[in-house]
Design a protein around this ligand. Structure first.
Ligand code: PHB
Length: 393
């Protein structure tokens, strides 16, 4: 063989070997389960929320026959305790020790903020199934970070629109003093002031404290037109009960970001009746998609779903969109993330698409508690998009 033919033969052989390697890598990936890390609160005031997110996620995967993009799934669970001071170590454990492919988490905004910083740096795919931290799809936004829930701004802003529409002029606010609470209040104030309203006092207590008495006494003394509040999980149950027990429910209207009455109504009972909230979901959304979802969830888990179950379910739907676009080959990062960015998620809340910063563009409903349900009474804001402030991708 002359030197030229020898070189050509060698080149052909190396091209063939490279092709075989890629094919065998893809083949071996197909046969390796996709490792999903749930970084969620499994203890503390948000424990029930973490549980519902995981249940919703698993339900969608089961509906797909247990596989996404042809690959089965393996789960790793980590209790983040809603503790931001442990969040960086916790997410690094999932990435470095457990070598997960995807992280689904979390609920608490302070935890999610730390997670998004690490995910942005490491490039690990992160899907946020609840925490509204504005930074996640704002200053910390990245190609590999997505959210299937809401931003705190969206949640507060839509509540402020409702308070304005009801004609209230002087409001007090009350929440936990951390990113979740403070950002939701900020969104509320933005919309409420636009409608001509004014805030007389912002009351806070440290997360996750539930000693509300002194603050309720102050509300009673000030007599605002309306009180706006963000609490969730166990804290929301206690707040709504205490507000009622203090005799305030019938004298000073209480409006909440919808978390105040979601997944909590059985425990709140009579004390929650008539409360008005804004949220991107409602129990009685009478669509075939929501009705089928609710029936299946109740049958599977012997428990009614709530907004957190929906957000977990949609996190799996979003991952499924990415996985099917690359047929399970997570090495094709660009194609996978592009498909997730472009996905139209057929959610029980109503279909939604992603903003350029990877946050749902979605309707926010006005709801009222009747019995054990958050009944939708109208749309507070249609197709509300988070402004994505500070995001550079
Ligand atoms: C948050 O911290 O972002 C958060 C937590 C619980 C909720 C909503 C938002 O229900």
């Amino acid at each position: 063989m002359n030197p030229l033919s020898a070189t050509r033969a060698a080149t052909k052989a190396s091209v063939l070997i490279a092709a075989l390697c890629t094919a065998s890598l893809a083949w071996s990936q197909q046969n390796t389960p996709l490792k999903v890390g749930f970084m969620l609160p499994y203890s503390g005031t948000y424990a029930a929320l973490g549980d519902m997110i995981e249940k919703g996620f698993r339900m969608h995967v089961e509906e797909q026959g247990g596989k996404l993009g042809g690959r089965s799934l393996q789960y790793v669970k980590l209790d983040d305790e809603s503790d931001p001071s442990k969040a960086t170590d916790n997410i690094n454990k999932l990435i470095k020790r457990d070598r997960v492919d995807v992280i689904v988490g979390s609920v608490h905004s302070g935890v999610a903020m730390a997670m998004s910083r690490v995910a942005k740096e490491s490039g690990t795919l992160l899907i946020v199934p609840n925490a509204g931290s504005d930074a996640v799809t704002g200053v910390n936004c990245a190609r590999n970070i997505f959210r299937t829930s809401f931003s705190n701004w969206q949640s507060g802003y839509s509540s402020g629109v409702i308070a304005g529409q009801k004609g209230y002029k002087r409001a007090m606010t009350i929440t936990w003093n951390y990113a979740g609470g403070n950002e939701i209040i900020k969104g509320f104030v933005e919309a409420f002031e636009k409608s001509g309203g004014q805030i007389s006092r912002n009351l806070t207590l440290p997360f996750p404290n539930v000693e509300f008495q002194a603050l309720l006494t102050e509300i009673a003394a000030q007599k605002p037109d309306v009180v706006f509040s963000f609490f969730a999980g166990g804290g929301a149950v206690k707040f709504v009960k205490d507000y009622d027990a203090a005799g305030l429910r019938k004298t000073i209207p209480l409006i909440g970001a919808g978390f105040l009455t979601d997944g909590t109504l059985e425990a709140q009972g009579e004390s929650a009746q008539g409360l008005v909230t804004a949220l991107h979901y409602g129990d009685k959304l009478n669509t075939p998609r929501n009705n089928a979802f609710r029936a299946k969830f109740s049958q599977t888990y012997k428990n009614d779903p709530d907004v957190y179950a929906v957000q977990g379910y949609d996190a799996a739907q979003l991952l499924a969109a990415g996985m099917s676009a690359v047929q399970g080959d997570t090495g094709k990062r660009d194609a996978m993330f592009n498909a997730m960015r472009a996905a139209r998620i057929d959610s029980p809340r109503g279909a939604f698409t992603m903003s350029a910063q990877h946050n749902p563009i979605q309707d926010f409903y006005a709801r009222e508690v009747k019995g054990l349900e958050n009944v939708v009474t109208g749309v507070a804001v249609k197709a509300l998009a988070d402004p994505g402030r500070g995001c550079r991708m």
